[in-house]
Design a protein around this ligand. Structure first.
Ligand code: NDP
Length: 443
């Protein structure tokens, strides 16, 4: 029989100084070990858990580039190729000074389960660099991306590993990365997703994570005979995921009261409208400026959105941004659902608070899988040389999110009727990968 404490001791010993990775593994194996002991004891002998917690490959490399003053800059690039049992490695690239191996391993590990949940044939990976894109000129961003790809290109491929965007990597960066890949390889292929719609990209990819999150929340509410109409929603972040989550929430009749970034939180007592959102998008990171035009809004410097009373909380910024104290305030204020647009935004203690209060907690690996799902659809379109229209991609995205929701219920419904979405997502995402690893032998 597998023992949780013993297994976590093993992972901690093999991955010293990697707290985020250990946190992600703990959150998953707490559900998997009892399940394996009850249903799949052969996985113990096959060392499925030891293998799934060990990246198949980790590449780390030097990225040297010239800034606008012709000064040489040196950063570190990474690609973590976690698991390819069910398809090519797939997962975003993050450019942020906070990037380190622990964070990329946690993200790659989560990605394995998330990608499996989409039902598409994609394995898990993640990459990025400690490069800080903030305050850099367009040319500096381009030179950095070109240098980064000059090493990365040898480790990726349309049927090997297909990176996409993440924090600090949007359409512009994907463009520069793709241009350099094509220049080196002389090959127009689907090696990256998140490409522009005129050069191999998919409609709805920029919107997919945020829209998918709201489709998932709609399923959650529908399961309780409820809808988004009139619900008050607090969102953190003001980037790709937060923006499109807010847009879809407004379109579905909810009232979005907050958006935020690392400088603070914008609270609008009247709720954001589409017009207000468009204005916010023109302000860049200076979200405080918003209050000059809209008097219903107040900016709270250095504060998080979770103090404001809401029915639904959507953390869409970064890992561990919502702690135990925030979770307690949300529960006290009557929040009925926390659904994660970001990856692991709730600390382990916060998740315990949600579960104890029996409110809905939808983990990122299920709730934010819409982004990678449409990336998977972009790969399919590239492979057959076609481009599907907005309606077709959007309806497939919706169907995938509904399917993930069904999987969570299937594996996460407790005897009392409470749905433990985390357990449902962990077990539902794991089974397919474990069976593929078993079938493929000791590799
Ligand atoms: P972006 O870079 O577009 O936006 C990130 C946003 O989060 C920015 O507003 C940023 O503010 C804010 N933020 C970052 N760190 C902090 C912090 N410590 N405190 C408060 N705000 C912070 O990234 P994305 O929207 O693409 O990604 C957001 C999250 O969603 C990440 O966890 C990512 O892994 C996850 N995700 C993204 C997917 C995608 O398709 N893009 C898919 C699935 C998950 P500032 O500018 O001030 O730093």
């Amino acid at each position: 029989m597998l023992n949780l404490t013993k297994f976590l001791g093993y992972v901690a010993e093999h991955n010293p100084n990697e707290p985020e990775f250990l946190q992600a593994v703990t959150e998953v194996v707490e559900d998997l070990i009892p399940y394996i002991n009850n249903h799949h004891q052969d996985y113990e002998t096959l060392k499925i858990l030891e293998r799934i917690a060990e990246p198949e490959r980790v590449v780390s490399f030097r990225v040297t580039w010239l800034d606008d003053n012709n000064v040489i800059q040196v950063n570190r690039g990474y690609r973590v190729q976690m698991n390819s049992a069910i398809g090519p490695y797939k997962g975003g690239l993050r450019f942020s000074p906070t990037v380190n191996l622990s964070i990329l391993k946690f993200l790659a590990f989560e990605q394995v389960f998330k990608n499996s949940l989409t039902g598409l044939p994609i394995g898990g990976g993640k990459g990025g660099s400690d490069f800080n894109p903030k305050g850099k000129s367009d040319m500096e961003i381009m030179r950095f991306c070109q240098s980064f790809m000059t090493e990365l290109y040898r480790h990726i491929g349309a049927e090997t590993d297909v990176p996409a965007g993440d924090i600090g990597v949007g359409g512009r960066e994907i463009g520069y990365l793709y241009g350099q890949y094509k220049r080196i390889q002389n090959n127009f292929t689907g090696v990256l997703t998140g490409k522009g719609v005129h050069w191999g990209g998919s409609y709805i990819r920029p919107e997919a994570t945020g829209y998918g999150l709201l489709y998932f929340v709609s399923c959650v509410l529908d399961n309780n005979n409820d809808t988004l109409e009139g619900k008050t929603i607090a969102i953190s972040g003001a980037g790709n995921v937060a923006y499109y989550a807010a847009e879809k929430a407004i379109l579905l009749g909810a009232k979005v009261i907050t958006l935020s970034n690392s400088s603070g939180t914008l609270y609008d007592e009247d709720g954001f409208t589409l017009e207000k959102l468009h204005h916010l998008a023109t302000l860049g990171r200076d979200i405080q400026e918003f209050t000059k035009k809209y008097k219903s809004a107040t900016f709270y410097a250095e504060q998080k959105p979770w103090q404001f009373k809401c029915d639904i909380a959507l953390p869409c910024a970064t890992q561990n941004e919502l702690d135990k104290n925030d979770a307690e305030i949300l529960v006290e204020n009557g929040c009925i659902c926390v659904a994660e647009g970001a990856n692991m935004p709730s600390t382990a203690e916060a998740v315990k608070v949600f579960h104890a209060a029996k409110i809905v907690y939808a983990p990122g690996k299920a709730a934010n899988a819409g982004g990678v799902a449409v990336s998977g659809l972009e790969m399919s379109q590239n492979a057959i040389g076609q481009q599907w229209n907005t309606q077709k991609v959007d309806s497939q995205l919706k169907a995938i999110m509904e399917n993930i929701h069904r999987t969570c219920i299937r594996y996460g419904k407790e005897e009392c009727g409470y749905i433990n979405y985390l357990r449902g997502a962990n077990i539902g995402g794991f089974i397919k990968v474990a069976e593929a690893m078993k079938a493929q032998g000791v590799v």
